[in-house]
Design a protein around this ligand. Structure first.
Ligand SMILES: Cc1ncc(COP(=O)(O)O)c(C=O)c1O
Length: 415
């Protein structure tokens, strides 16, 4: 197919896109803000989601009225105190969880710590003292690996880093907890959450899933697949903003036994009783730690309004169509051998990003960004392009592939 035929195909796909209208709820560059037609294509929502238009007004209200005028009354009257569980319930349907199992707060890293130590403690409560191994995805985003290593030292466990494919083969009587990523941050590979969860359970251990690169991009099915614990960030596909708080999921029937390694006062059964002894609150609330980060939490709450009436299944269908189309355009436009896709072709193994290996990836991404096509570079040789179905369209995808091809040919010209 020629460039103009791909252009026509993009137009048709955009015209048939049932999510096309959601884009208007985001602040994005107008095409005319950039040179030529290679303009303002934001493909970095897998790192920092774009700004939902409702957020600035809400933050202004939270600062000026709730803080500025109501001051301390806002802990009750503006719902500040209950924000972690209220916003957790707003995220819950996006990851297939019934209400009452998610609290928002702290960073992903801190929640990984709570979940991994909590999982080891659950395994030992089951009476299996011999469980002294934590299995971790060896290809994980580094923070998960660092924290799993520290959690292992603190709980007297050995850390076993293996690839997700090797996980079933290393599980056994000694396994206490397993920490896995739903989608690999570098390659965009989607791991098989249902079958890996079942394998961990068959070994009598507990699984923690990191949903950073899947929540808001595809159905997760936490309850349906019996996941024990999960964590995720909210600044990627949930568009919560830079440093937006993360979340922790604790399956309902585990909550009574979940023993957080960070038992702060806001997870106490009677937080204002100021008692010297710790008694955990009932339910998911015991995942809370200290005073909630209200400003970023309420920005996140406003950001989540873009999901009203948006089924995650439609998001997944569009995500796959976008990444298919990008791969198709790249194959047609880019000189042979110049890039190699690390992202699986099979839909059941693909998240919502495309990773292309490219010898001079750092330099290529810098030039792409100069021309308004924003993805990112991961050391040493990976170009990452994230496709957020709520605001990326098919014409964007075609333009991005065309500018990539021009950049790789060294022409850098329009066209
Ligand atoms: C898989 C994964 N886990 C964790 C994090 C980051 O954790 P934190 O929110 O603590 O910075 C990232 C950030 O990109 C990530 O991709």
């Amino acid at each position: 197919m020629s460039e103009s035929e791909f252009g026509v195909k993009a137009e048709k796909l955009d015209a048939a896109d049932e999510l096309a209208g959601v884009r208007a709820q985001f602040v994005l560059d107008a095409v005319s803000d950039h040179a030529a037609d290679a303009a303002g294509v934001y493909l970095d929502g897998n790192s920092l989601g774009a700004l939902p238009a409702a957020v600035p007004g809400r933050v202004d209200d939270v600062v000026r009225r709730q803080w500025g005028e109501l001051r301390i009354r806002s802990w009750d009257e503006s719902g500040w105190w209950t924000a972690p569980e209220r916003i957790g319930d707003r995220i819950a349907p996006l990851v297939g969880a019934a209400p009452g199992q998610i609290v928002v707060g702290d960073s992903t890293s801190v929640n990984v710590f709570k979940a991994v130590v909590g999982a080891v403690r659950l395994a030992r409560l089951d009476g299996a003292d011999g469980r002294d191994e934590i299995v971790v995805d060896a290809t994980t985003f580094p923070t998960d690996g660092y924290i799993a290593e520290s959690a292992a030292r603190m709980t007297g466990c050995t850390l076993r880093p293996v690839t997700p494919a090797e996980v079933p083969g290393v599980l056994g009587d000694r396994t206490a907890a397993v920490l896995l990523n739903h989608v690999d941050y570098r390659t965009g590979r989607l791991h098989d959450l249902p079958s890996l969860t079942a394998a961990v359970h068959a070994a009598g251990a507990y699984v923690v899933w990191d949903l950073c690169h899947s929540a808001g991009a595809l159905p997760v099915g936490l309850d349906a697949h019996g996941v024990d614990l999960a964590v995720g960030c909210t600044y990627k596909y949930l568009n919560g903003g830079p440093g937006a708080p993360a979340y922790l999921y604790v399956r309902r029937d585990l909550q009574d036994r979940f023993d957080s390694p960070l038992p702060g006062w806001t997870s106490h059964a009677d937080p204002f009783g100021m008692r010297p002894d710790y008694e955990p609150a009932a339910g998911a609330l015991r995942g809370r730690v200290g005073t909630p980060d209200i400003l970023s939490m309420l920005a996140l709450e406003a950001a989540l309004e873009v999901w009203d009436g948006v089924p995650i299944e439609s998001v997944r269908a569009k995500s796959l169509a976008l990444t298919d189309f990008f791969l198709e355009c790249v194959a047609a436009y880019v000189p042979p051998g110049r890039v190699e896709s690390l992202t699986p072709v099979a839909h059941e193994e693909r998240g919502s990003q495309v990773a292309l290996r490219c010898e001079d990836a750092g330099d290529v991404m810098r030039r792409l960004i100069e021309r308004g096509v924003v993805g990112d570079f991961r050391h040493p040789d990976v170009l990452r392009f994230g496709f957020t179905p709520l605001y990326v369209g098919f014409a964007d995808v075609e333009r991005a592939a065309r500018v990539l091809a021009e950049t790789l040919r060294g022409s850098g010209g329009g066209g």
